[in-house]
Design a protein around this ligand. Structure first.
Ligand SMILES: Cc1cc2nc3c(=O)[nH]c(=O)nc-3n(C[C@H](O)[C@H](O)[C@H](O)COP(=O)(O)OP(=O)(O)OC[C@H]3O[C@@H](n4cnc5c(N)ncnc54)[C@H](O)[C@@H]3O)c2cc1C
Length: 465
């Protein structure tokens, strides 16, 4: 429990002068901004500011910097590691009203957007241009939030993550100055790569107020497929061989039998309750057919039954909506439950070992945890279906999560492939990065000497001191 910052009343009065009623201290507004979609216990900020421009963000940050008050950027609030919780109180800056698409250049395949633009909004807007933006976390997250968590999703196996798809950023620094981290050139060797530094920085180094993104042409043909396996090993080995064979799948997602059962109930599907792959192929009509045939042959080698594929847009949409709703399907398995989502990622050659050992752990536990994953990238999630008020359940999820992370790290993997560190993965940072964490802490201190930007996130406490 932290006490209210001594300068908070002064800060709220200065912010109200700038923003009027767009600086709110209403309890309901503060509560909504003190939590994400994770199991982490909420902590509300003291005030919430609704910003409408880079200039306003800069003025808000300057006020907070003068009084050394914490600032927590907030967008769609869909993150999964307590990222937006105001652990030391302070001011939450809500970026949802900065939701304009500022520029689209079809000839350069890029665009610039404000940070509050949602991923679905961007693709709706782009549809008539024949272009699309591929990164698709399950939730309808904001582009600024996705940049800040280095998000990815089901398409990353073909198109990369936010790291590969951002050309430059506009950022308000912790002292209120505004910088651009790059330009629109496809490549640049001009100095340190500040764009990459800010991607995944979770609001701890500044606030992103514009994002320049790469875009792609909507493929001429798209087909989707599902295929079930008698055992999970066959499914994973099919994924590994598909990737190693260089087949350019656009999506290849694994659902174990527990997750398939949950998805059938929640999304009204009638898939065989077996480990299943959801796939998508992009290209010309001939090439999607060829890719589907190649993957079907690989899957048969590993015992798959019933490779079903379709080019019907409606069926595809239903399938991928069900995939994106997998976490909600898991939650619906038990009344009043929350999800604790794990997020390890390992080199593809170690994926089978990692998942099989993890499934063994689960078989011996009393917790239910459907498994779903972006397995083409070696990334998968367990969703522990828990009631967080029950300490036994929290303790067991913590134990299984720790074993899983240690396993992934021993395989040269990472504790988080896409969700980010927030509060939940801080304790694994030294285990994963060793002394490199001290370098991260030094960068944080250099840019934010008073530790006002989303304090208490990413950097473990002992490195932050
Ligand atoms: C059902 C479900 C499925 C999901 N599936 C995926 C998935 O497949 N892949 C994936 O990667 N993630 C997934 N997520 C997690 C989440 O959607 C992503 O982490 C997303 O990128 C968060 O974006 P947001 O707009 O909600 O950000 P928020 O939750 O609002 O913020 C996230 C972090 O970024 C900071 N931040 C936000 N905006 C800015 C800004 N403009 N400048 C600086 N810092 C900022 C915040 O302070 C916070 O630290 C899923 C979540 C849910 C609930």
């Amino acid at each position: 429990m932290t006490s209210r910052h001594p300068k908070m009343d002064q800060v709220i009065s200065e912010l109200t002068e700038i923003l009027g009623t767009r600086c709110s201290t209403a309890a309901a507004v503060r509560e909504q901004h003190g939590k994400d979609e994770s199991w982490h216990f909420p902590k509300a900020p003291d005030a919430v500011c609704f910003a409408r421009s880079t200039e306003e963000v800069s003025r808000i940050v300057s006020v907070c910097a003068t009084h050394k008050v914490p600032v927590i950027p907030f967008a769609a609030g869909t993150s999964l590691e307590g990222h937006v919780n105001a652990v030391y109180g302070g001011v939450s800056i809500d970026l949802n009203e900065m939701n304009e698409i500022l520029r689209v250049s079809p000839e350069d395949l890029d665009c610039t957007v404000q940070p509050g633009v949602r991923r679905k909004q961007l693709n709706e807007y782009l549809r008539d241009t024949g272009l699309f933006f591929p990164i698709d976390p399950g939730a309808d997250a904001s582009i600024g939030g996705m940049a800040s968590t280095r998000a990815s999703g089901t398409n990353a196996v073909r198109y990369g993550t936010m790291r590969e798809n951002i050309l430059s950023l506009k950022v308000v620094l912790p002292d209120g100055r505004v910088i651009s981290t790059g330009h629109r050139a496809k490549k640049s060797a001009a100095g340190y790569d500040l764009t990459k530094l800010y991607i995944g920085s979770e609001g701890t180094l500044g606030i992103i107020t514009e994002v320049t993104l790469r875009l792609y042409g909507i493929p001429e043909a798209i087909s989707a497929a599902t295929v079930s396996f008698p055992d999970i090993e066959g499914a994973i080995k099919s994924v590994i061989l598909t990737i190693q064979s260089g087949i350019p799948v656009a999506r290849i997602e694994l659902l174990d039998e527990v997750q398939v059962d949950a998805v059938n109930r929640y999304s009204n599907l009638d898939l065989a309750v077996q480990p299943t792959l959801f796939l998508e192929f992009h290209g010309s009509s001939a090439s999607v057919q060829e890719q589907a045939e190649q993957v079907s042959a690989i899957c048969s080698e590993f015992g798959a039954e019933g490779f079903k594929w379709t080019t019907q847009a409606e069926e595809r949409t239903k399938l991928w909506q069900a995939r994106h709703d997998a976490a909600y399907a898991a939650m619906a398995l038990r009344n009043g439950a929350q999800i604790w989502a794990t997020d390890v990622c390992v080199p593809i050659s170690r994926l089978a070992d990692c998942i099989l050992e993890t499934k063994k752990d689960l078989a011996e536990s009393f917790l239910v945890a459907p498994l779903v994953g972006h397995v083409g990238d070696g990334n998968f999630h367990l969703s522990f279906v828990i009631k967080k008020e029950n300490p036994e359940e929290l303790k067991e999820a913590e134990r299984l999560n720790a074993r899983l992370i240690e396993r992934a790290l021993s395989m040269d993997g990472t504790c988080t492939g896409e969700h980010g560190v927030g509060l939940g993965k801080k304790k694994y940072m030294y285990m994963e990065h060793g002394e490199a964490v001290d370098v991260m802490a030094a960068v944080k201190r250099a840019l934010d000497p008073d530790n006002i930007m989303n304090p208490g996130k990413i950097i473990p406490d002992r490195a932050a001191e």
